[in-house]
Ligand binder design. Structure first.
Ligand code: ACO
Length: 455
């Protein structure tokens, strides 16, 4: 294996060191590129750019592999719980029994919200507010209630990291449930001490004044599974956002709040909501999926829940979720026509050259919505569920950035393609401020306000 990569520009050659990975793509370290060549790189959407070294998650997009801290996702889906997986992702190793018990207790103790925060749900937000908007605002506002954990001084924020991490893991779920209750005119309730993570969330979502909600164990497991499968996914859009905000020295609450905003978009976490809307529209129009497939191929529609920047084969999370969706539909004894449409779309797409040539397969969002719908989750909570699940990943990535000894602020460059001085003078010509034969003179400068050209 070579240790250097050679770059030739014109008649000059430059050497750049190769950075080895444990497994997967090695990288070319171009940190001296600009200084040595005066060129920068351009990589639209960062599809070829490694922004950091990380020990958290490994993805092999060609083979459909996903590991958290070296453990395959299939193993965790089968044997772990969300809280244990969260510990693994945040602290790097599976917990001992003692560590697990202490961690669970800490998460549990943090489930309630500061009473003053409960007033946000008392008319401060309009009923029509989207829960993602509420979530990002209130996660950031945690820093107002616990300012000693959100000082933007690295040493202190790291000193309180364990508390802040447990608080976020726990409160994200409470804030999400309260946002739902407010929107639906339900009285605000408190988490219970004797319920597990996902059970507690379902209790806070669905308990009504005269009806205590106790979810079926398999429903709780299905939700826990969704959380596990979303817990981290290396340098995706929201995680990169969290890392970028963290790189400026911002505290954990502010950084994950930015992650929620990035996740909201329909090309990222917002896709699960759009998948269900798409399936519903196909169903309502009486299409069996064929017309929609043709529209997607001609660019008139986008097949939501399909395609992925990294996976060029079946997303391993989608494999697990498809099976889970079938299981959940059986438990709730629901024959959902949307599941049939989803399976038909998948079947068609997997035999269609458009999708095959572009490596477009179902991603994590394709079947998760069907499970969430079956367990009674309203559609505008789908992306919120994703955010709850992704919290351990965001927290772990913040920690990784914060603990770097010589961490740099993330600050990419650009290739400027806007107006230059000549264009400015041309514009002024159009406005009749200069004689039409006026030639731009590189040695002159101008001031924007007056348009004066000065020596
Ligand atoms: N439906 C139809 N065509 C698609 C789809 C799709 N879902 N996804 C990609 N394509 C086509 C593109 O039109 C393009 O075709 P072309 O080469 O003829 O121009 C080709 O496949 C490559 O697509 P890009 O958009 O360049 O792929 P990119 O890696 O930038 O985008 C993305 C990945 C955003 C996930 C895209 O596949 C997509 O929009 N999917 C639907 C939204 C979605 O499900 N998002 C969730 C992603 S997973 C997650 O965030 C949890």
């Amino acid at each position: 294996m070579p240790n250097n990569a050679k770059l030739t520009i014109g008649d000059k050659s430059y050497d750049f060191p190769i950075v080895k990975s444990t497994v997967g793509n090695d990288g070319i370290d171009i940190s001296k590129l600009r200084a040595e060549t005066s060129y920068i790189t351009l990589d639209d959407g960062f599809a070829n750019t490694g922004s950091c070294k990380s020990k958290i998650t490994y993805i092999d997009g060609e083979k459909g592999k996903l590991w958290y801290r070296g453990i395959p996702i299939e193993v965790l889906a089968e044997n772990s719980t969300f809280t244990e997986t969260a510990y693994l992702i945040i602290y790097g190793e599976l917990p001992t029994r003692k560590q697990m018990s202490a961690f669970s207790q800490k998460v549990l103790r943090n489930a309630g919200l500061h009473e003053a925060m409960m007033h946000f749900f008392d008319g401060s937000f309009p009923f029509s507010a989207h829960p993602m908007s509420i979530l990002s605002s209130l996660l950031n506002s945690l820093g107002c209630y616990y300012p000693h954990m959100a000082t933007n001084r690295r040493e202190q924020d790291l000193e309180y990291f364990d508390d802040a991490a447990a608080m976020l893991l726990s409160k994200v779920r409470t804030i999400a449930a309260m946002a739902y209750r407010m929107k639906n005119g339900l009285p605000l309730i408190y988490p219970k001490r004797d319920l597990g993570y996902s059970q507690n969330f379902l209790h806070m979502m669905f308990t009504e004044p005269y009806h205590e909600y106790y979810p079926h164990d398999d429903i709780t497991k299905a939700l826990d599974l969704i959380f596990i499968l979303h817990a981290d996914h290396e340098q995706n859009c929201s995680t990169s956002t969290v890392r970028m905000v963290a790189s400026s020295g911002a505290n954990l609450f502010a950084s994950v709040s930015a992650g929620v905003c990035a996740l909201w978009g329909p090309l990222h976490g917002g896709a699960n909501q759009r998948v269900l809307q798409m399936l519903q529209e196909i169903h309502d129009s009486g299409d069996d999926g064929s017309k929609f497939i043709e529209m997607a191929k001609s660019g008139k529609a986008r097949m939501m829940g399909f395609g992925h920047r990294v996976y060029k084969t079946y997303d391993p999370r989608a494999v697990i979720l498809r099976k889970a969706a079938e299981r959940v539909l059986k438990i709730v004894k629901l024959k959902d026509p949307l599941m049939d449409i989803a399976m038909r779309l998948e079947e068609r797409a997997r035999n269609d050259s458009y999708f095959i040539e572009r490596n477009l397969y179902p991603n994590v969002d394709f079947y998760s919505g069907i499970i969430l719908k079956a367990i009674g989750m309203p559609i505008d909570m789908f992306t919120v569920i994703f955010a709850i699940g992704r919290m351990p990943g965001w927290i772990a990535h913040w920690k990784e950035v914060a603990e770097q000894e010589k961490g740099k602020i993330s600050r990419p460059r650009q290739i400027y393609v806007g107006y230059d001085k000549r264009d400015y003078v041309k514009m002024r010509h159009r406005e009749g401020e200069f004689p039409s034969d006026y030639e731009a003179d590189e040695s002159r400068t101008y001031t924007h306000d007056s348009g004066l050209i000065e020596k």
